[in-house]
Design a protein around this ligand. Structure first.
Ligand SMILES: Nc1ncnc2c1ncn2[C@@H]1O[C@H](COP(=O)(O)OP(=O)(O)OP(=O)(O)O)[C@@H](O)[C@H]1O
Ligand SMILES: [Mg+2]
Length: 285
């Protein structure tokens, strides 16, 4: 389903964080949002998920106006567009499997969720999601004991449990080393390609956006100043997005790069699970 932002503006006092943004995204695109710190990238994503509301303008998904949803319809929307954060937002003392199953919260009754009662099907789903991300062996560990890269994969597994139509990721790899960054971006791309789920991700490195995203939206001071394919993102466009520094010097693209060639890194951990991981996880829950 088509996703649209129509003239969306968000003010904080006199500060315009997002300024008259118009974007039209067909279902299944992989979109990268880039721009300097303070350009409005996070505010834009938060409005899509309705963690923040536009001051004016409207947001649409298919025939429904997302920006007007209330109550149950709003909760359903927040289930349909899963959010992934730089800092993972897991419950550190809960085991990984439970963290992943928490992705089902909006699918079930609050009482059952509060009691921590999950069905056999939900456990199987959670394990399958962990297996897909190559971390099923961590199922019984407290989430807080995992490495950053593993935690972000748990967050992606939790997002998958929501059965989302769209995944929003706010700098999902900003706290990760290059290898883990590649594993996480590969996972997002795989979900985009195999499930056809739209992915919109804020990224602070241009080379990552170029490598993974078919469409790049460049923001500067709240406005969309570029919207096109990586090929169309010329040096002049990069200059407009990131601007000149205070000495008037132009930006060099390497300044926003990870300095490691993502194409040359090994592929993600796809080791098959230890035979006991699944049975253990099922037995313990
Ligand atoms: N809750 C808030 N209250 C006041 N101002 C805010 C709030 N959230 C964001 N802003 C302001 O809105 C502008 C855009 O912020 P935003 O966090 O969206 O930028 P960003 O592009 O995500 O930056 P970064 O790359 O540093 O994450 C900034 O000037 C910021 O100070
Ligand atoms: Mg941000």
């Amino acid at each position: 389903m088509r996703f649209q932002l129509k003239n969306v503006t968000r003010r904080f006092g006199n500060n315009i964080a997002v300024d008259s943004v118009n974007v039209d995204i067909p279902h299944g695109q992989m979109v990268g949002v880039i721009g300097r710190s303070g350009a409005g990238k996070s505010t834009l994503l938060r409005m899509i998920n309705r963690l923040a509301d536009p001051t004016s303008g409207s947001i649409h998904f298919g025939d429904s106006e997302v920006s007007g949803l209330r109550g149950k319809a709003l909760r359903n929307w927040q289930r349909d567009c899963a959010m992934i954060f730089q800092q993972f937002n897991l419950v550190p003392r809960l085991d990984v499997l439970t963290n992943v199953m928490l992705g089902r919260l909006n699918h079930r009754s609050t009482t059952l969720s509060l009691l921590g009662i999950f069905t056999y099907e939900e456990r199987l789903m959670a394990i399958a999601a962990l297996e897909r991300l190559g971390i099923e062996q961590t199922a019984m560990q407290p989430a807080g004991t995992l490495s950053g890269g593993q935690q972000q994969r748990v967050a992606i597994a939790r997002a998958l449990m929501q059965g989302p139509k769209m995944i929003l990721a706010d700098e999902p790899i900003a706290s990760l080393d290059p290898l883990n960054a590649k594993i996480v971006m590969d996972a997002l791309r795989d979900i985009n390609e195999r499930e056809g789920i739209t992915v919109i991700t804020n990224l602070h490195t241009l080379d990552t956006a170029r490598h993974y995203c078919e469409r790049i939206i460049g923001m500067a001071a709240g406005k969309v100043v570029f919207d096109g394919s990586p090929d169309e993102l010329t040096a002049a466009a990069v200059q407009e997005i990131y601007g000149a520094d205070k000495h008037g010097a132009g930006i060099d693209e390497s300044m926003t790069s990870t300095s490691i060639n993502v194409a040359n890194l090994p592929t993600g951990e796809t080791a098959s699970p230890p035979a006991s991981a699944k049975s253990m996880a099922l037995a313990r829950h």
